[in-house]
Write a protein that binds this ligand. Structure first.
Ligand code: BDP
Length: 710
């Protein structure tokens, strides 16, 4: 029985909770003591393990570690179910177990409170060892977020098959768009030196269901395919394997030419295909469960099959044939736009890929960014979703915050991910959400995937800030179940990261939930986009208009003139709206039915046009800028009120970062207003402050050493 005789943990008020030194290294796996730890310590747990492999043992060890922390008492391993112990049993030892595992696949799990031989016990069971590991983490998550553990009956299986991080890490240790220090892959000292961080990386990812990692930058060096680097990748694959994480590599299209002197990289040339086949064979000899290749081709100057007058499908299928005998897959990116294509940049991926629907091999996924431009603070969903029913489309989110304040701004991305996944493509009528495109249910795909560009580096806290850890966490949780709510995820994260006390969770989650909207407000409100400084993308530079390629210039995106502002993507403009399903296209064709948050993405709107609120567009813009700055000031206040409840180091770092964010939000607001006012010639609405400096002051700012821009 669950002994409930004494509850010896006295609920402590947050004002007296001891704040221990923490640096963020433990992420959400801190396993701090839970309030009802004494009760939890007396629980009996059983892991019903089909095997005794490294993964089943990892499940036991994670449970041991987690319960020790949560209860303050190290559980023992017993050979039968009993209070305070973990029983690692084979299915035959518990033949009458009332737990159903059908439909859970290899990765799903069941957690159930049952009675075995008269003993109350929480059973974690699964069809495969990976399910047990996921189940162990899920059980700890429940315990640490204050769930009642007495009558559990949970069945969970991932909705998406490939749940991957994409590292944009270079072999020299730099990270493209990385804001958390150098790469965690110590390529130079691999394969010999295998630091403990690799195992902790695998644990953290497994705990949120991530099951694959692309080790190197999509702007790939061919060297990652040489024997020494295959050996290095093999060492990592060996460490990650027990945690269910497969290794993948980004490849450079011209690798056969650069590494072996072939005269061409034409995908239809038999010599080229043979080269890739031999390369795949070589990789699979070293890494038998290697996942496959990620490819950025004919994009931003990268070579690709179009250089040989072949299509993306020709290229993808040739690589797919090379990995197919080994069970590998190819992820072919749809992030393409060309310098010699004068069409609206937002239209180019659709124009290139839509006609190829149905032509890809069955082990190819096309990887599409959430929006049609590039990971902006807000983008309407990419029109390719729902438009290629015969091709599995994989989602690409960016967890690293290239355009959302980089490492120092608190801008919780859970809400951005959720907004995209919930968007309705109307491809097959109402309810054709992106979540259902991604999980394969809308179009009947079994091969499904979702990728997040990692925000991980060697910083002690992994992600550059404590709150950036939440973006990694939210990505993993939504990859497992794209229907989870960003708010519920934020609550889970906050409970495990700071404290399960509602007095901490409520304000922390309140800060997080509005934070991304605040960044939209102070950077690019009402559908504006891509106004960041060129190259490094740090800070505002809406005035830049003189770069060689039109779409490199922020002015290309806002098109402000004496009459108004915004990009006309209707029939009178680029007609990008026609790429959406008719119901969506119709709504977006008219500024009156376009959601106001996307207004200037689709329409060029007069400065004096009245919005729904009754105010003019110009006044509304100013109001949004001000609201964004005010929100950050509010977060500073909230955080200050949490000082007694948060350990000193994490408190101080976040406090400092919020100060930076407030300063930079103000800078974004002032610089944007100074610039747009020079075009609109409208006065500021009553009560709005004049920008601190004149426009030239903002224009003169330079950031030659901004991070993440190798
Ligand atoms: C953009 C980044 C660039 C990446 C590119 C990509 O600015 O560094 O290489 O996307 O996704 O967001 O390939």
């Amino acid at each position: 029985m669950f002994a409930r005789l004494f509850v010896w943990t006295i609920a402590t008020s947050i004002m007296t909770a001891p704040a221990m030194a923490e640096d963020g290294y433990d992420l959400w796996l801190r396993h701090a003591k839970v309030e009802d730890g004494g009760n939890l310590a007396r629980h009996a747990t059983a892991i019903i393990a089909p095997g005794r492999g490294a993964t089943a043992l990892a499940a036991r060890d994670e449970l041991m570690r987690g319960l020790s922390g949560a209860t303050g008492v190290a559980p023992v391993q017993a050979d039968k179910p009993r209070d305070g112990a973990i029983w690692l049993a084979t299915p035959s030892a518990a033949p009458d177990l009332p737990v159903k595992l059908d439909g859970l696949g290899e990765e799903g799990y069941a957690i159930r409170s049952v009675t075995l031989n008269g003993q109350s016990v929480t059973v974690i069971a699964a069809n495969g060892d990976m399910g047990l590991l996921y189940g162990a983490y899920a059980y700890l998550r429940l315990a640490e977020t204050g769930a009642s553990l007495d009558r559990l009956d949970i069945r969970s299986a991932p909705r998406v098959k490939l749940r991957l991080l994409n590292h944009w890490d270079n072999l020299d240790g730099t990270v493209e768009r990385g804001y958390a220090g150098q790469s965690i892959w110590d390529w130079w000292r691999l394969p010999d030196w295998k630091g403990p961080r690799y195992t902790d990386y695998a644990r953290a990812n497994a705990s949120i269901g991530i099951n694959g990692t692309v080790l190197n930058n999509v702007n790939a060096s061919p060297d990652s395919l040489t024997a020494p680097y295959i050996a290095k990748a093999t060492a990592l694959a060996d460490i990650f394997r027990p945690y269910g994480i497969k290794v993948y590599l980004s490849v450079k299209w011209t690798a056969p030419m650069e590494l072996s002197g072939l005269r061409t990289a034409d995908p239809l040339d038999p010599e080229v295909a043979a080269w890739w086949k031999a390369k795949a064979d070589e990789i699979y000899r070293a890494i038998p469960d290697f996942g496959g290749f990620l490819v950025k081709a004919n994009s931003e100057g990268q070579p690709g099959p179009q250089d040989y007058k072949r299509t993306h499908a020709d290229g993808a299928n040739m690589l797919a044939a090379a990995v197919k005998p080994h069970g590998g897959i190819v992820m072919w990116r749809a992030f393409v736009y060309a310098h010699d294509n004068p069409d609206d940049r937002a239209k180019q991926a659709y124009s290139d890929f839509k006609p190829l629907d149905g032509q890809f091999a069955d082990n190819v996924l096309v990887q599409v960014k959430n929006g049609a431009i590039d990971f902006q603070p807000r983008e309407p969903f990419h029109p390719l979703f729902g438009a290629m029913p015969r091709t599995p489309l994989m989602m690409e989110f960016q967890i690293t915050k290239e355009y959302l304040g980089q490492s120092t701004h608190l801008t919780y991305l859970g809400t951005l991910f959720e907004e995209t996944l919930k968007s309705d493509t109307f491809a097959r009528g109402k309810g054709s959400t992106i979540a259902r495109v991604i999980d394969g249910s809308l179009e009947g795909h079994r091969l499904t995937g979702i990728a997040g560009v990692a925000n991980i580096g060697v910083d002690r806290d992994w992600s550059g800030s404590i709150f950036n850890q939440a973006d990694w966490y939210a990505f993993g949780r939504l990859a497992w179940n794209p229907d989870l709510s960003a708010q519920a995820i934020a609550r889970e994260w906050a409970a495990q990261t700071f404290s399960a006390d509602a007095k901490v969770i409520d304000p922390v989650v309140a800060m997080m939930m509005g934070s991304r909207e605040a960044a939209v407000d102070y950077m690019t409100p009402l559908g504006l986009t891509h106004l960041m400084g060129t190259g490094h993308h740090y800070g505002p530079a809406p005035w830049i208009a003189d770069l060689a390629r039109p779409e490199w210039n922020p002015a290309y995106y806002h098109k402000a003139d004496a009459q108004g502002i915004g990009f006309d993507r209707t029939k009178t403009g680029s007609n990008a709206v026609a790429q959406y399903a008719p119901a969506v296209a119709k709504m977006l064709a008219d500024p009156k039915t376009t959601p106001e948050r996307d207004l200037l993405w689709f329409h060029h709107v007069g400065w004096d046009t009245k919005l729904k609120s009754g105010e003019t567009l110009w006044n509304a813009l100013i109001r949004h800028y001000d609201a964004g700055v005010a929100y950050v000031a509010g977060m500073q206040k909230t955080w200050e009120s949490l000082r007694p409840a948060i350990d000193a180091e994490r408190f101080a770092k976040t406090q400092t970062f919020l100060r930076i964010q407030h300063r930079e939000a103000q800078w974004w607001r002032d610089a944007s207003i100074a610039y747009f006012q020079s075009i609109s010639k409208r006065p500021l609405p009553a009560g709005a402050a004049t920008p601190e400096h004149d426009l030239n002051w903002y224009k003169a700012l330079q950031f030659p050493h901004a991070p993440g821009h190798p």
